[in-house]
Design a protein around this ligand. Structure first.
Ligand code: FEO
Ligand code: CA
Ligand code: CA
Length: 737
C-alpha cells in the first residue's frame, strides 16, 4: 500500500515531446540567414508596400477596407457602435507580485466565482473540504482546472452576440489535481503480482470523480441586480456538464474509419468522453469549440507491438504512446472491473490490443481523442461533435478569421507539444450570415468538409501553407515513414502528414487569435526548454532563441508571440508574411529582452491570447521561469502590424524580424494571479463591462479565498469599480484623464 500526498499537477508538469523528425535542420538554418532586402524587394514577388498597402492603419478600425475585416461580421465581432480601440493604455501598471492573493489595476474589482465543486443544481450540497462529495455528484458541479471559455449572449432562448444582461458562460475543465479531489489524497495500492504497468491500482471512486471533473461546464449567468457583474442561475435548464464520460459523435472524414472502431462502437461513429479540454473558441454561427490537448495523459498502453502493424505502432508513438506507457500518473485504467458501474468504465482507458479484433478491445480509443469538438450550449440535449476534418493533435485553441458572405470559413489552430506545428482549416462551404444561430447543423455544414493546411515559416520572413490532402504532396501509401491509405489516416495522423510536408517545428504553439483591426493572426509560442537538450528542437528564424537562463536547460525559456499577414488579406491564401510580434523576457535579461520590456510589462511564457472586439490584445502567462519575480499574469496590449519593427540577431546567432519595441503606451500588466497559479481562459461580455478569466492550480492560501482550505481553481470576474467599460480610462481623451 502506498499513500501519496504529493500534489499531482499531472497534466501541466509534463509536456509531450514526440516530434523526432528533423524538419528544418539546425545547420541548414545557420547557413541560410535571412536576407532582409530580398524580402522587401521581391523575395516573395511582392514589395512590402504591395503586400501591406491594403491593411488599415493601426487604431483606425473605421477604415473601410473590407478586404481585411468583414463588412458584415455580426458573428465575429459583436457590434458596439463606434467604440474604438484606445490609442494608448492609461491604467497604472500592476507591479510584479508573488503574493498569495491576486492584484488588478487600480479602479478595477476582481472577484472569485464558480470554484471547483460549485453545484449547478439545487439539491447538491456545496463543496466541503472533507471532499466526501460523491464522485457521481460532479456530473452537476464545476469541474477542475478551469481553462478556455466563452460568454454567449442570450436573448430569450437564442444566441444573441449583442446581449449582455443574460448569457451562457461555457468553459473547459482541463485536468485534475488528483491529490486535492479525493478524501484519500492520491491513493494507490500496489499489486506486485500484476503486469508492470498495472501494478498500481487506484480507487474506482477516485477515477470516477476525476473523469467527471474533466470536460466542459455550461452555466447560465445573469447580471446582478446592482448592474455590476453576474451571478449563476441555479437550476437553469442550460446548466450542464460534459465530461470524459459523455458520449460524443465522430463527424467528418474519420467517422466510420477502421482506425476508430472500438468495443464501445464497432462502427466507429461514436466514442465516450472529451478530455483535456484546454483553450476554447467560438464558431461564427454561435457554438462553442472546445479542444482536446493532452489526451495522451490519461491513456495506458501495455506490451502489444507484435499484435500491431508497423503503421499502427508508428501512429501511436508519433502521439507519445509508446509500449508500456502508463499514462501520466492518472492510471484511470487500473481499478478492478468488478467496481465498474458502466461497461468497461476503466478498461476503456487502456489502448493495449488485447483482443483478436478492434471490436473486442480499446486499441483504437486513443484515435477517437485529439479533436476540435463542437458543443451547442443552447441545446442541452445535443451530443457533442468531434470535428475530425480539423485534424488530430494536441489542440490548444481555435480562432476563426472574420467571416465574409460567400467566402470559406477559416479556422486557425496550434498543436501544443515541443516542436509541433501550426494549422489552418478552410471550409468547403461558403459562409452565409443566415447560419448564425444554426447550432450543430451549421457546424455540419462548415466543419465536416474542407482543407487542412500546415504552416511553413521560411527563413526569409515569408511563409506558406501546405495542404494535408490524401494523394497529394506524397501523402499516399508510398510514404516511407507512415503510408497513408486515405484521408482518414491523413487526419488521424496529421502530425505525421505534416512531417512529410516539411512543416516548421515551433516552440510549443499555444493560443491563436485574429486581430479584428488588421486581420493578422497571432500565436503564442510559450517556451521550449529542451532546445539545447535535443537536436530535434532546432533554432529557426521563427523560433530564434536559445539561451541559458539561470542554469536551466538551454532553450527558449521565456517564449514569444509570432504573427502573420495572409497574402492580399485573404485568409484562404497559401502564402503569408510573418514576424515576431513580441519576445517574453525578464526586463533585466538584457541579451534576450529583444522587445524592450520593462518592469511594467515584462512577462514570461505567453499562453492565453485574446483580441477583444475593439482590437485590444490580452496576453496571459503560464510560467515557471520568472515566477520568483512575479506570478502569472494578464497584460493588455495594442499591437501594430507585421513588419513594423526591425531585423535583429539573437544571442543564438539567428537573424529574424521583430515587431516594434514595447512601450508603456502599448503593453502593460493589468492583473497578477495568486502565487502558484496559471492565468488562462478569457472572455468579455458584449458590452465590454465584464472580463472573465480563469485561475488554475493556485497555491495553498487561495483556499481561503474560495471558502475553505483547498486551493480550488476558479473563475475571476473583473469589472470597473465605476461600472464603466473595461479600459474606459484609455478611451477618454488624454486631457480628461
Ligand atoms: Fe493546456 Fe497548452 O495549454
Ligand atoms: Ca495553455
Ligand atoms: Ca501552457
Amino acid at each position: 500500500m502506498t499513500l501519496l500526498n504529493n500534489k499531482q499537477n499531472l497534466a501541466c508538469e509534463v509536456v509531450e515531446d514526440s516530434n523526432s523528425t528533423n524538419n528544418v535542420e539546425f545547420q541548414t538554418i545557420i547557413n541560410r540567414r535571412m536576407n532582409r532586402r530580398s524580402v522587401l524587394k521581391g523575395g516573395t514577388g511582392l514589395t512590402a508596400a504591395a503586400f501591406f498597402g491594403a491593411l488599415p492603419l493601426v487604431g483606425c478600425s473605421d477604415d473601410d477596407d473590407s478586404s481585411i475585416v468583414s463588412d458584415n461580421n455580426t458573428a465575429a465581432i459583436p457590434a458596439q457602435g463606434d467604440l474604438k480601440r484606445p490609442e494608448t493604455l492609461k491604467f497604472e501598471a500592476v507591479a510584479h507580485s508573488t503574493a498569495e492573493t491576486m492584484s488588478v489595476a487600480e479602479g478595477y474589482k476582481a472577484e472569485m466565482i464558480l470554484p471547483l465543486g460549485t453545484p449547478l443544481m439545487s439539491g447538491i450540497e456545496d463543496w466541503r473540504d472533507n471532499r466526501e462529495q460523491s464522485a457521481e455528484s460532479f456530473e452537476w458541479r464545476m469541474g477542475d482546472n478551469h481553462d478556455g471559455m466563452w460568454f454567449f449572449g442570450k436573448k430569450g432562448s437564442a444566441y444573441d452576440p449583442k446581449a449582455s444582461d443574460n448569457g451562457l458562460l461555457v468553459m473547459n475543465h482541463e485536468y485534475v489535481n488528483s491529490s486535492e479531489l479525493s478524501p484519500f489524497g492520491y491513493y494507490v495500492s500496489q499489486d506486485n503480482n500484476a503486469a508492470p504497468i498495472f501494478k498500481d491500482r487506484r480507487l474506482a471512486s477516485d477515477i470516477r470523480r476525476e473523469v467527471n471533473c474533466h470536460g466542459v461546464a455550461v452555466v447560465e449567468m445573469t447580471r446582478r441586480a446592482d448592474g455590476m457583474g453576474y451571478e449563476m442561475v441555479l437550476d437553469s435548464k442550460y446548466n450542464r456538464r460534459i465530461t470524459s464520460s459523455t458520449t460524443a459523435q465522430l463527424t467528418g472524414p474519420v467517422a466510420g474509419s477502421d482506425w476508430v472502431k472500438t468495443k464501445f462502437d464497432p462502427t466507429g461513429f461514436e466514442t465516450r468522453g472529451i478530455n483535456n479540454n484546454c483553450g476554447a473558441g467560438l464558431s461564427p454561427w454561435g457554438t462553442y469549440l472546445t479542444t482536446e490537448e493532452n489526451f495522451l495523459g490519461v491513456f495506458a498502453r501495455g506490451q502489444d507491438a507484435s499484435q500491431l502493424t508497423a503503421a499502427q505502432n508508428y501512429g501511436r508513438e508519433r502521439y507519445g504512446a509508446t509500449e508500456n506507457f502508463a499514462s501520466w500518473g492518472y492510471l484511470w485504467h487500473t481499478p478492478d472491473d468488478k467496481d465498474a458501474t458502466i461497461s468497461d468504465e476503466f478498461s476503456r482507458w487502456d489502448m493495449t490490443a488485447s483482443g483478436v479484433t478492434a471490436a473486442e478491445d480499446y486499441r483504437n480509443v486513443f484515435n477517437t481523442f485529439g479533436y476540435m469538438t463542437e458543443i451547442d450550449p443552447f441545446n442541452p440535449t445535443a451530443t457533442p461533435k468531434k470535428r475530425t476534418a480539423l485534424g488530430r493533435f494536441a489542440h490548444e485553441n481555435c480562432a476563426y478569421a472574420p467571416v465574409k458572405q460567400g467566402q470559406p470559413v477559416v479556422f486557425y489552430m496550434g498543436d501544443d507539444a515541443r516542436g509541433e506545428y501550426i494549422y489552418k482549416f478552410v471550409s468547403t462551404a461558403l459562409w452565409s450570415n443566415s447560419d448564425i444561430g444554426g447550432g450543430l447543423t451549421a457546424g455540419d455544414k462548415y466543419m465536416n468538409e474542407g482543407t487542412l493546411y500546415v504552416a511553413i515559416f521560411n527563413e526569409d520572413g515569408s511563409g506558406e501553407w501546405k495542404a494535408l490532402i490524401h494523394g497529394q504532396n506524397g501523402l499516399d501509401n508510398t510514404n516511407s515513414v507512415l503510408p497513408f491509405n486515405g484521408q482518414d489516416e491523413v487526419l488521424i495522423f496529421a502530425r505525421a502528414a505534416a512531417d512529410a510536408l516539411g512543416a516548421t517545428k515551433m516552440d510549443r504553439p499555444e493560443w491563436v487569435s485574429v486581430s479584428p483591426i488588421t486581420g493578422e493572426v497571432y500565436v503564442t509560442l510559450t517556451n521550449n526548454k529542451y532546445r539545447g537538450v535535443r537536436d530535434d528542437q532546432p533554432v529557426s528564424a521563427a523560433n530564434p532563441r536559445s539561451y541559458d537562463a539561470g542554469g536551466r536547460a538551454r532553450g527558449n525559456d521565456n517564449g514569444h508571440i509570432i504573427r502573420w499577414a495572409e497574402a492580399g488579406g485573404d485568409h484562404t491564401a497559401t502564402r503569408f508574411e510573418w514576424d515576431i510580434y513580441l519576445f517574453g523576457a525578464p526586463s533585466d535579461l538584457v541579451a534576450e529582452n529583444l522587445s524592450g520590456l520593462n518592469d511594467s510589462n515584462d512577462f514570461s511564457s505567453p499562453d492565453g491570447l485574446y483580441f477583444d472586439p475593439r482590437g485590444v490584445l490580452w496576453i496571459q502567462t503560464d510560467d515557471g521561469a520568472y515566477t520568483d519575480t512575479s506570478s502569472c499574469m494578464l497584460l493588455a496590449a495594442l499591437p501594430g502590424k507585421v513588419r513594423d519593427g526591425a531585423v535583429m540577431t539573437t544571442s543564438a546567432g539567428q537573424q529574424t524580424q521583430v515587431g516594434i519595441s514595447a512601450s508603456n503606451d502599448t503593453i502593460k500588466r493589468f492583473f497578477v494571479g495568486p502565487e502558484g497559479c496559471e492565468v488562462t481562459g478569457i472572455t468579455m461580455t458584449p458590452d465590454f463591462k465584464t472580463l472573465f478569466i480563469n485561475i488554475q492550480h493556485p497555491g495553498n492560501i487561495w483556499g481561503a479565498v474560495t471558502g475553505g482550505s483547498t486551493p480550488r481553481s476558479a473563475t475571476v470576474m473583473i469589472t470597473k469599480e465605476d461600472g464603466d467599460v473595461i479600459l474606459a480610462e484609455s478611451l477618454m481623451p488624454a486631457t480628461s484623464v
